[in-house]
Write a protein that binds this ligand. Sequence first.
Ligand code: FES
Length: 143
Amino acid sequence: MATIEPLTDGPLMVKGVAQCRNSRGEAIAVEDTFYLCRCGGSSKKPFCDGTHKKIGFKSAREAPPPSGGTSPVSGGKSGAAAAAPCVQVKKDGPYLVTGVPDLKCDVAPPDPAQYALCRCGASKTKPYCDGTHRAIGFTDDKN
Ligand code: FES
């Protein structure tokens, strides 16, 4: 089963997601388990290169997601896994996740079938994107 686990003060651990695409729709080769940068500082974006440790990245949430639930997400929800598991890197923005309802997070995504995870490191509603990437001018020319 496809899962994504935001690791404390570290990357997103992704398992069982065969499709990863850059913002141009091109496939990015991935292993069965891979680690996506969410501190914004990796030189190997979208993958983690350990930079989070050097910059002291903290993954604690500073504000509740605006429309998130309050219960942990576990297991699949019927219908939510209909799409093939996929992580799409958005241009200078978050990861758009589809087909991975099993997000290991204490706050459920508003829609488990599709949600956006921060990769700039600055969201106040981690692991979710809150749009802060625009305010800080986050860029990723390669993806
Ligand atoms: S990618 Fe970090 S707030 Fe959107």
